[in-house]
Design a protein around this ligand. Structure first.
Ligand code: OSB
Ligand code: MG
Length: 392
């Protein structure tokens, strides 16, 4: 049983140690929306909305998500007695289209609250079985091949088990070739185009087959499932979809069409954990491996991702780098770390996301705050009258 009595929205900013360039833009500072959810039992849970500052990955931004949570989503859960987090996605999605990252922030916060109420780790509440998750790194586009080689060498030496290179037209084949030559044939290497190509580039992209990549992530547009299937027929390298998979139907379509062979599950992009689990289960039944992508989460969002990545079909290394790869200082204690085997440990000794949120530090970093509470009895009466449209 859940009864969320207050959701505190906060915006903080954290500077990345190094600016990160993908085909659709560059980011040097994260504007992060955090949710602090208070249950009637006194339990407090946390979540993070992963929407970026610009609408260049999906249509959502931190500002659209903030508005969606305040106006439409928080009111759907606040003050209600709810049987559990499994029903939240359906509750948030009835006649509210899109806004998956905003929905996910509310939904995943409810999962954290529910696992704390039950006194179990979030991982186990979700059905996770692993106690360590295998970790990779995502490297931004660099101005020269020498610079990407230097970063890839360092990442490999640090123990990362998969190296993902961001690519775009003009920074692709030669960059991948240089890294493959520098690191040798045994390193798990992949490329992510963030939709930078058209189907007319199929022949160009097929040159990547030479480098034995474990996958090519999202070469074409978000809605291009049919074209991804055409491209997959022309390439040996498995295609992995990221931006295209926004719900369970899109995952089914990918499988039916042969539009890809691997899915990057980001819980924010699909509207939360219930849909993530459904996609995970669908992929398991269809022998499609999955891995957990990242959106430069702070330690709060990372806790949610690590819990999800502990499910059985997360067999490929995730974009789940330790805190120190992103930030001078994270907002959780302990910070997220990676061991010598390139594994992040799933916290199993504590309920919820398994790390402490540094509330004092967050207060210091807070640039705006808004408290969402149940509509008062008076507000409810007025809105009933509006909806009733003068029936009396
Ligand atoms: O496409 O996976 C992506 C970051 C922002 C937006 C899109 C993507 C990414 C990453 C970052 O690759 C991975 C990470 O959080 O380490
Ligand atoms: Mg991606």
């Amino acid at each position: 049983m859940l009864q969320i009595e207050r959701i505190i929205l906060r915006e903080i900013r954290l500077a990345l140690k190094e600016p990160f360039r993908i085909s659709s833009g560059v980011i040097s500072e994260r504007r992060i929306c955090l949710l602090e959810l208070h249950d009637a039992s006194g339990v407090v849970g946390w979540s993070e909305c992963v929407a970026g500052e610009q609408p260049n990955y999906t249509a959502e931004t931190i500002d659209t998500a903030w508005m969606a949570i305040r106006e439409w989503l928080a009111p759907r859960v606040l003050g209600k007695r709810l049987p559990g987090p499994e029903i939240i996605h359906a509750l948030l999605s009835e006649n509210i289209r899109g806004h998956n990252m905003a929905k996910a922030a509310v939904e995943m916060g409810c999962w954290d609250v529910a696992s704390r109420i039950e006194n179990v780790p979030l991982s186990r509440k979700l059905g996770g079985t692993r106690d360590r998750v295998i970790t990779g790194i995502s490297l931004g586009i660099q101005p020269t091949t020498d610079m990407i080689v230097e970063r890839a060498r360092k990442a490999h030496a640090a123990g990362y088990r998969k190296i993902k290179l961001k690519i775009q037209p003009g920074s692709d084949i030669e960059f991948v070739r240089a890294v493959r030559q520098a690191l040798g044939p045994d390193v798990h290497l992949m490329a992510d185009a963030n939709s930078a190509y058209k189907i007319a580039d199929a022949e160009h992209l097929a040159q990547l087959d030479e480098f034995d990549l474990i996958m090519l992530e999202q070469p074409l547009g978000q809605d291009d499932l049919v074209r991804h299937a055409q491209l997959q027929r022309r390439m040996k390298t498995p295609i992995c979809l990221d931006e295209s998979i926004i719900d369970i139907d899109r995952a089914e379509d990918m499988i039916a069409l042969g539009a890809g062979k691997i899915i990057n599950i980001k819980p924010g992009r699909v509207g939360g954990f219930t849909v993530s689990k459904a996609i995970h289960d669908l992929c398991l039944r269809n022998a499609i491996p999955v891995w957990c992508g990242g959106m430069f989460e702070s330690g709060v969002g990372r806790g949610h991702n690590v819990a999800l990545a502990s499910l059985p079909n997360f067999t490929l290394p995730g974009d789940l780098s330790p805190s120190a790869r992103y930030w001078e200082r994270d907002i959780v204690k302990p910070e997220w770390t990676m061991d010598e085997d390139g594994m992040v440990h799933v916290p199993l000794d504590r309920p919820g996301i398994g790390v402490s949120v540094d509330v004092d530090r967050i207060e210091d970093l807070t640039l705006r705050r808004e408290d969402c509470v149940p509509a008062s009895a008076f507000d409810r009466r007025t809105s009933d009258v509006e909806v009733g449209g003068g029936a009396r």
